[in-house]
Write a protein that binds this ligand. Sequence first.
Ligand SMILES: NC(=O)c1ccc[n+]([C@@H]2O[C@H](COP(=O)([O-])OP(=O)(O)OC[C@H]3O[C@@H](n4cnc5c(N)ncnc54)[C@H](O)[C@@H]3O)[C@@H](O)[C@H]2O)c1
Length: 347
Amino acid sequence: MSNLKIAIVGAGFAARVVHLPGYEGVGQPVAAICDLNQDVAQQVADRFSIPTVYGDWQEMIEKEQPDVVSVCLPNALHHEITLGALDAGAHVLCEKPLATTVAEAREMFDKARETGKIVMAAQLYRFDPGPRALKRIVDSGVLGDVYHGEANAMRRLGIPTWGKFTQKSASVGGALFDIGVHMLDQTLWLMGSPRATHVSAVMSKHFGTRPDIAAMRGNAWDPAAFDVDDFGMAFVRLEGGADIILRSSWAAHIDTDDFSVRVLGKEGGITTNPPALFHFRNGVPADEQYLNLGTRDRHAAQIFSFLRAVRGAGDLPVKEEETMNVQRILNAAYRSAEEGREVAVEH
Ligand SMILES: NC(=O)c1ccc[n+]([C@@H]2O[C@H](COP(=O)([O-])OP(=O)(O)OC[C@H]3O[C@@H](n4cnc5c(N)ncnc54)[C@H](O)[C@@H]3O)[C@@H](O)[C@H]2O)c1
């Protein structure tokens, strides 16, 4: 990879574990990183050989004039800083969920159009070898009419122990925004991105408010101040008559974590974990498991595809309308849970 200038805003988990290993994996140097906590930024800069560290994102963007900005900040800041980076002439790879409201997401894409730049939501889970292979299987039409999707993002005991995930003021949503979004995006993408029309959802806090559970996680958050969902379930109606069941949890009494997607059609069904196709061959139930898909690194794959689109050498892998569909469903789910009834998604 060559002479694009990359800058990162936020030096936390997403920068360290997702974006920087991705840039490193494709051999793309990063010019600068910024964090309110400059000591943390400096440590990350040392680890990833980043020459310049800032404590203020505006100063960084002004001085560095980057071609690309990775936004790795708590959800409530995605909108403001993405707009600032686009205004300064940068393309933006922004962490998920792209925004906290449909209006924010709309504004981010409008700004990208106005400035002639790209904004992409970092939907990392699309870049694993399994889902990519399954996408080709589904697109071949072998499932026939697709009528149902199932998105599971279930952790047994995985309330985040860092950052501001458990605070509504910084993250706006809890488990649904944190992990449900990944599996929802993957399910819709595998189903061919049908638009959502209605959502009926419930959201609850079964574990995060409990002192005994906080103690099991090293008292990493204050249970009395825990004010986001740690469980959510949504039923999504899609144009054309298909539907999705989505479940997200940061804690649940289950045997093991379950990050999986199912897509069912009249002629076949797929599941991602492990990647497999189920159908009838000559009147016989046939199971095809895909065991030789390689070990492609999703972090590098995400950055590779994004930068290829930035250079104009390939399609954007996560498209505006797909991300808007996801955002509409997320926000409709919270609205439905609040109102206690099915709601139409906001278009
Ligand atoms: N794709 C994934 O697998 C994945 C994993 C974790 C987090 N995320 C997403 O990444 C985002 C960040 O999560 P995280 O886990 O990195 O959180 P984090 O708390 O570890 O890191 C966020 C960093 O942003 C810094 N920050 C806050 N406000 C700032 C500002 N105004 N200017 C500069 N720096 C500022 C904080 O000091 C902190 O270091 C969230 O949207 C989250 O959903 C994605």
